[in-house]
Every structure is written in structure tokens, then in C-alpha cells.
Design a protein around this ligand. Structure first.
Ligand SMILES: [Zn+2]
Length: 109
């Protein structure tokens, strides 16, 4: 399995490893791409529902009401398998990789 560095699926920019961030009451591990996309790490890959809501809230800069009112047509999403130790992604299912990174970006109207 060939691994790739962490890269934004929307603009192909190379990204820094996810870091702990705090926005209002939201605490996540992730980052922001220069294209406006945000990414959030799910260390275990088993928490995707919860992390997804956190990611949406992060996308709305901590505004959970706005996050809940977004419709899927208003943003783009992508999920990548992510290895925390090497900061690499794999686009296909890889059983040795436990973490996932969720990417979200608001569509420009
Ligand atoms: Zn990007």
C-alpha cells in the first residue's frame, strides 16, 4: 500500500498534521486548508457520527445552530484513512490504518 502525505482532497494542498484546536465550546483535532476547507481527525475511526457534527460546527466557526441548518448540498465532503504516526493518508481501505480525517468545505455560490 502506497501512502501519501496528508493532502486536501479539494485543492491538493499539502496539510500540516491535525492539531488540538478550540473554537468556542468546540474542541477538535484538525486544521484549516488555505482553500477554506476544514479537516478533523477521528483517531479511532469509530466515532464518525460525532466527529462529523464537530466538523460541521468547525466549518461554521463554532456556530452549532448554523451547522445543524446546513444541507448536504451546501458543502462538499471527503473522508480519508489517516495514519497518525506517519502523517500519511491512503485512499483505499487499509486495515492497518485506524484513524480517519473528515474534510468539509462550503460550496461557493
Ligand atoms: Zn484545500
Amino acid at each position: 500500500m502506497r501512502r501519501q502525505p496528508l493532502q486536501c482532497p479539494f485543492c491538493d494542498n499539502y496539510l500540516a498534521p491535525p492539531i488540538d484546536l478550540r473554537i468556542k465550546s468546540l474542541e477538535i483535532t484538525g486544521g484549516i486548508c488555505t482553500c477554506g476547507a476544514i479537516y478533523v481527525l477521528d483517531r479511532t475511526g469509530h466515532n464518525l457520527g460525532e466527529i462529523y457534527l464537530d466538523a460541521l460546527t468547525f466549518l461554521c466557526r463554532g456556530d452549532i445552530d448554523k451547522a445543524l441548518s446546513l444541507t448536504p448540498g451546501e458543502y462538499e465532503e471527503g473522508t480519508l484513512d489517516y495514519d497518525v504516526h506517519s502523517n500519511t493518508i491512503s485512499r483505499r481501505e487499509d486495515r492497518s490504518v485506524k484513524g480517519k480525517v473528515i474534510f468539509l468545505r462550503l460550496k461557493t455560490k
